[in-house]
Design a protein around this ligand. Structure first.
Ligand SMILES: [Zn+2]
Ligand SMILES: [Zn+2]
Length: 338
C-alpha cells in the first residue's frame, strides 16, 4: 500500500509498504478521507514532540472496514466508519480518577498514518472511539470527528448560556470549530484573526462580529455590558496571544488556553489582574470517549455542519501541496483522498 512518511520538517514522501493485516480485535480500514490538522502543520513546519520523524503521518480519518481480525464485534468488512486516533487505557492512575484525556498511555498508543491507503485500528480504540458513518455524511465531513472532539472537550464544563459573550482568538480550523459550537450554545460570538478571508468565512459561519486584532479593543463594546467577554478562547498557540487573552475577559470570566505553544514556552501574567479580577485560566488537552461520542452526535445530526471548512481535496501523491498552501495561510483544512 502507499503511505505518506514525514521524513523531516518540510519533507514528505509517499512510500510503498506492505499492507498490514489485522490482529485479534483489530480492523484494517481502507482510508477514504484524511484531513490536515494544525498539529500536522506544526510538525511539517518545525517538527513536533508527539510526532516522530521519519514516521507515518496523519491522524484525522474515515474509511471503510476492509478486513476484521478475529474477535471483532460490531464491525465487519464493508462498514463505513469514522474514528479518532487514541483511546484511554483504563489501567493508569488518571483513568482510575476518570480523567481519561490525561491517561498516561493515551499519547503512546495513538495511531498515526491516516495519510495512507490503509490504517489498522487497534482493539482499544475500536472498542471505545469508532462509529458507523451515517450515509448522509461524506467521508471528508466524518473525518472531523477528532478535531471536533477536542473542541467539545474544551467547552465541556463551561456552562456557556444563550447570549453569553464569547471571544475566539484565531480563525484556523480549531477557532472556526469553536465558533460553530459556541453558536449552537446560543452565545454571541466575536472572532478575531489576521486573515481577512478567514474572517469572512467566520462571518458566513455565523459570527456576530469579526475583527482584526488591531481593532479588538473597540469591539469590546460588543461584549457583556461593555465590560469584557464572559469567555475568551485562545486558539493560536502563540505566546503573545496567550498573554493578551486575559485583557479581553470581564472580571470573573474564563480564558480557555487551547492552542499549544512550542515546547519550553513561558508566559507571564499580572497577578493583580488574575487575583482581584478573579480570572480563571483553563488549559485544555485532548478529549475523552464522552467527548468523541458528543462530537459524533453533533456531526451525524447535522447540528454542526463542517462542509465550509474543507478547502479542497488532493490525492496522496500531492500531499505536499496542501501543506505548502497551509504554510502560506491559504485555506482552512484539506482532505487527502487516498
Ligand atoms: Zn487533529
Ligand atoms: Zn489510562
Amino acid at each position: 500500500m502507499k503511505a505518506v512518511y514525514l521524513m523531516q520538517p518540510g519533507t514528505v514522501e509517499v512510500k510503498d509498504i506492505p499492507t498490514p493485516s489485522p490482529a485479534f480485535g483489530e480492523v484494517l480500514v481502507r482510508v477514504r478521507a484524511a484531513l490536515t490538522c494544525g498539529t500536522d502543520l506544526k510538525a511539517f513546519v518545525r517538527g513536533h514532540p508527539m510526532i516522530p520523524m521519519p514516521g507515518l503521518f496523519g491522524h484525522e480519518f474515515s474509511g471503510v472496514v476492509e478486513e476484521a481480525g478475529t474477535g471483532v464485534r460490531g464491525f465487519k468488512p464493508g462498514d463505513e466508519v469514522m474514528s479518532v486516533h487514541t483511546a484511554p487505557c483504563h489501567k493508569c492512575p488518571y483513568c482510575a480518577i476518570k480523567l481519561y484525556n490525561l491517561c498516561e498511555n493515551i499519547m503512546y498508543t495513538k495511531i498515526l498514518g491516516a495519510f495512507a491507503e490503509h490504517i489498522i485500528i487497534p482493539q482499544n480504540i475500536l472498542k471505545q472511539n469508532v462509529f458507523h458513518k451515517p450515509p448522509h455524511l461524506s467521508f471528508e465531513e466524518a473525518a472531523f470527528l477528532e478535531p471536533l472532539a477536542c473542541v467539545v472537550h474544551g467547552m465541556r464544563g463551561l456552562s456557556i448560556k444563550k447570549e453569553d459573550s464569547v471571544l475566539i482568538i484565531g480563525t484556523g480550523p480549531i477557532g472556526l470549530l469553536h465558533l460553530l459550537l459556541a453558536k449552537v450554545k446560543g452565545a454571541r460570538v466575536t472572532i478575531t484573526g489576521l486573515e481577512p478571508d478567514r474572517l469572512e468565512t467566520a462571518r458566513h459561519l455565523g459570527a456576530d462580529n469579526i475583527s482584526l486584532p488591531s481593532l479588538l479593543v473597540e469591539n469590546i463594546e460588543t461584549a457583556t455590558a461593555g465590560l469584557g467577554f464572559d469567555y475568551v478562547f485562545e486558539c493560536t498557540g502563540q505566546i503573545e496571544v496567550w498573554e493578551n487573552a486575559v485583557n479581553y475577559v470581564r472580571r470573573g470570566g474564563t480564558v480557555i488556553l487551547f492552542g499549544g505553544c512550542k515546547p519550553g514556552a513561558v508566559v507571564t501574567y499580572d497577578t493583580y489582574r488574575i487575583h482581584y479580577d478573579e480570572i480563571t485560566l483553563k488549559g485544555i488537552f485532548h478529549f475523552t470517549p464522552a467527548d468523541v461520542k458528543e462530537a459524533y452526535k453533533l456531526l451525524s445530526s447535522g447540528v454542526i455542519n463542517v462542509k465550509t471548512l474543507i478547502s479542497g481535496s488532493y490525492p496522496l501523491e500531492k500531499i505536499h501541496e496542501p501543506f505548502d498552501k497551509l504554510s502560506r495561510g491559504e485555506g482552512i483544512k484539506y482532505a487527502i483522498t487516498p
